[in-house]
Design a protein around this ligand. Structure first.
Ligand SMILES: Cc1cc2nc3c(=O)[nH]c(=O)nc-3n(C[C@H](O)[C@H](O)[C@H](O)COP(=O)(O)OP(=O)(O)OC[C@H]3O[C@@H](n4cnc5c(N)ncnc54)[C@H](O)[C@@H]3O)c2cc1C
Length: 495
């Protein structure tokens, strides 16, 4: 994916397979020539970040009369956005451990006040996506309801209970949240947990706001709304291979299509960003990694009036949503898969979305029937229907890089969503559009997301997300060798 032409065929997700018709943006401007005039804002990448970026820049009063072009290496939402779990699920109090653990222990290294701001930000993202989808009247299979977080071990239950107590106390110390109704409920009653979650070995659970959506349709809707203004357009199959500054403008080379000149360039390239910034601290800070998901058609025991009521995140298990009509989508984090013994160490680092690990595929296929009480037998045509892979982007402190690239005037970035972009991107890009057009950081965007040289420095103490051994022993080398490259010969394209 990081090189062109791509030497492999990507897997196809449930979302990509179910948005192929004339209303989609597949092949949009694939053969068209690039504009020759100087463009005000060129966005690189048309996932959720690039599509929402184009949407926000084209809202009235933001950049009136300015031009916006989106260059996408493949098709819209061909990256993580079109391959995810569809879960738009804000962090619960259970994220406090990750957010406040020190950087050198793999946490985000935030103070409790900063962590509370991140949790609150994600809650606002869900509210904002809801408002946009409803306000625009988009048909994107949006569901808003509640997620249950299921705990099956005493250790995890204790940790959640500690986080809950910390969260309740911290909210009372936050002037904005003090006295407001907590949006999360927590129960340590095992019988209630089993009944409420339908997971046979649940011993505790939390419940709070969450949403799900068809992410391919959502990104398409944002992009179409941007294009409809006449101010923006998308060019598919237009991979940017270099960005150089000359005469005060960014000159972007587009593989097979020539150059385009821009006053501002905004990288929304997530997992593919480090390849573009080889040799810069950005390449150290961002780490691509792969994940896998599946779509499961439930048997009649979980259909109609017996369909799931909640989305899920399950200890030592998957995150899981249900689509309105075509069953469940569930995914498993690679580290969990490795710790469960269903994937090999070599499979932890794979640099393409063509490969599916057999062990995870089997585990995803079996999960529902092994864990949901009274799931029962699956008829032919029920069970796991489609399995796919996608590339995500971890960061040293688990938080995204948002803002101007240090030392690169007019070059901006929104990347590094750490597997959690659906809960962050829509407002990240709204506030980034404000920053780019007014030079003002909106106080609604956590300061801890700000891209800065200090953050790169601080991040140096963080343990590697993927160890050197995993990276070099991993299956990425299989891909690199196909194209006759290895990681040390890939050069930065941003100069
Ligand atoms: C299996 C899986 C499950 C997930 N589940 C969830 C979930 O349930 N909830 C959640 O919040 N998050 C989830 N995620 C993560 C989520 O999908 C991402 O955080 C989010 O989609 C990132 O959006 P993005 O626009 O930044 O990146 P992407 O969607 O990856 O978009 C980047 C785009 O940039 C393009 N590009 C890259 N380089 C170039 C270049 N040089 N020139 C032109 N174009 C380029 C790519 O082709 C791609 O289309 C999951 C991800 C995966 C893979």
């Amino acid at each position: 994916m990081s090189n062109w032409p791509q030497p492999f065929v990507s897997t196809v997700s449930h979302w990509q397979a179910t948005n192929r018709g004339r209303k989609s943006l597949y092949n949009h401007n694939k053969e068209a020539e690039l504009p020759t005039e100087v463009i005000d804002y060129v966005i690189v990448g048309a996932g959720m970040a690039g599509s929402t970026m184009a949407y926000h820049l084209t809202r009235p009063g933001i950049a009136d009369g300015k031009s916006v072009i989106v260059l996408e290496a493949k098709d819209l939402a061909s990256g993580a956005t079109g391959r995810n779990g569809g879960h738009c699920a804000p962090y619960s109090f259970g994220s406090l451990t990750l957010l406040t653990d020190p950087l050198n222990e793999g946490g985000a290294g935030l103070t409790i006040e900063e962590a509370i701001e991140v949790i609150d930000f994600e809650k606002r993202v869900l509210a904002y996506v809801t408002e946009t989808v409803e306000g625009e009247g988009w048909d994107v299979d949006f569901w808003k309801g509640e997620k249950v977080e299921v705990r099956i071990s005493e250790v995890a239950k204790k940790q959640m209970a500690n986080d809950y107590a910390k969260w309740i106390a911290a909210r009372e110390n936050n002037p904005r949240l003090k006295g407001t109704e907590p949006e999360w409920f927590w129960s340590e009653d095992a019988d209630e947990a089993k009944k409420a979650t339908r997971i046979h070995n649940a011993i505790a659970y939390s419940k709070g706001p969450a949403g799900s959506v068809h992410p391919h349709k959502l990104a398409t809707a944002y992009m179409k709304a941007a294009i409809a203004t006449g101010q923006a357009d998308l060019y598919s199959y237009s991979p940017v291979t270099s960005a150089t500054k000359s005469d005060g403008l960014w000159q972007l080379a587009v593989h097979g299509k020539g150059d385009i000149k821009a006053r501002n360039v905004i990288f929304c390239t997530n997992a593919h960003t480090p390849h573009l910034f080889e040799g810069s601290p950005i390449a150290e800070y961002l780490v691509p990694f792969q994940a896998q998901a599946a779509n499961v058609t439930p048997p009649l025991s979980f259909s109609g009036s017996k369909y799931l009521n909640n989305s899920y995140s399950i200890e030592d298990g998957p995150y899981l949503i249900f689509t309105p009509d075509s069953g469940i989508v569930l995914g498993l984090h690679h580290r969990t898969a490795h710790d469960l013994g269903v994937m090999t160490k070599q499979e932890l680092y794979v640099d393409d979305d063509a490969y599916v690990a057999e062990g995870i595929s089997k585990w995803l296929k079996d999960y529902c029937k092994n864990n949901f009480a009274e799931w029962g037998p699956e008829a032919p045509g029920e069970g796991a229907m489609r399995i796919w892979a996608g590339m995500l982007c971890a960061t040293k402190d688990t938080l995204p890089l948002v803002g101007e690239v240090p030392g690169k005037d007019g070059m901006w970035m929104a990347a590094g969503f750490h597997g959690h972009g659906m809960a962050r991107i829509a407002l990240v890009t709204k506030y980034l559009a404000k920053l780019i057009t007014t030079n003002e950081w909106d106080e609604g965007l956590p300061q801890t997301f700000k891209l800065s040289a200090e953050r790169f420095e601080r991040g140096k103490v963080a343990p590697p997300f993927i160890t050197e051994e995993e990276r070099h022993g991993g299956l990425a080398n299989k891909f690199m060798s196909v194209v006759g490259l290895n990681t040390s010969t890939v050069k930065s394209v941003v100069r």
